[in-house]
Write a protein that binds this ligand. Sequence first.
Ligand code: ZN
Length: 144
Amino acid sequence: MEGNYMKIGSYTPGTDGAEPVIEREYFQQGYIVKDEEAYLNYPDKVCYVPELFDEGYTRQDFLDMCYGQEEMADMLFEMVDWQSPETLQNELFDMQEIDFCPVCKKLYFMAGEQRPCPVCGTNPEEVEDADTESECRPAEPGGL
Ligand SMILES: [Zn+2]
């Protein structure tokens, strides 16, 4: 399978406390490092470096960001093309591509429109509403 992986630029970890060597290449929207082989086969190796920061991301970083959900991590890795994965994930929340279920503690796909969690049926929007409403307690039933 050699040579079938996408590889943009390269990241060489520094040894003995030396700085890593980052060689970015242009890809879609910016100069980055993106190494599919590292992502798929070496969870501890840096597989992505965004354009503006020298911080390297590993597959484990992507997974941590996605609560260990592989398909979410895979999607993030596939989509990042200049920004940090965190920025991309926030964009996906804003575009209603994904949402987070506070009950299942999992991310799920929304495909552009507000929808409840496919697992437990909770709508995160309504959960937020319920929190505000619970602060208004009904008046104590009075009477002599
Ligand atoms: Zn849920």
